[in-house]
Design a protein around this ligand. Structure first.
Ligand code: ZN
Length: 101
């Protein structure tokens, strides 16, 4: 097993571990319950961690996480309804049309 990263909170750690597993990279959350004794430990040692079962997938997992933490910001106009879309969306929120390539 290899440590991938420290997550800022348990909700994110769980979400990312689930997403990694769904993407075919088995991951688990460690130290999820340490925060209960946080008063006795330095704060940076109390954060939940994501560990990978497969050491060889570390780079792949890092690339995926980078995408999830920094989704590409786009600005485009829908071809069907001419709505202006701002944000990491691949579909028009108004009519559901796909983003033009
Ligand atoms: Zn549209």
């Amino acid at each position: 097993m290899k440590r991938l990263l420290q997550a800022p909170n348990l909700a994110l750690a769980t979400l990312w571990a689930d997403q990694l597993s769904a993407a075919g990279i088995p991951a688990s959350v460690q130290r999820a319950f340490v925060s209960g004794i946080a008063g006795d430990m330095p704060p940076d040692q109390c954060l939940p961690e994501i560990w990978l079962f497969d050491d060889d997938r570390l780079d792949e997992a890092r690339a995926l996480l980078d995408e999830w933490r920094h989704p590409p910001w786009r600005h485009w106009a829908c071809r069907r309804c001419h709505e202006i879309i701002d944000g990491p969306f691949e579909q028009c929120w108004n009519c559901g049309a796909e983003r033009p390539q």
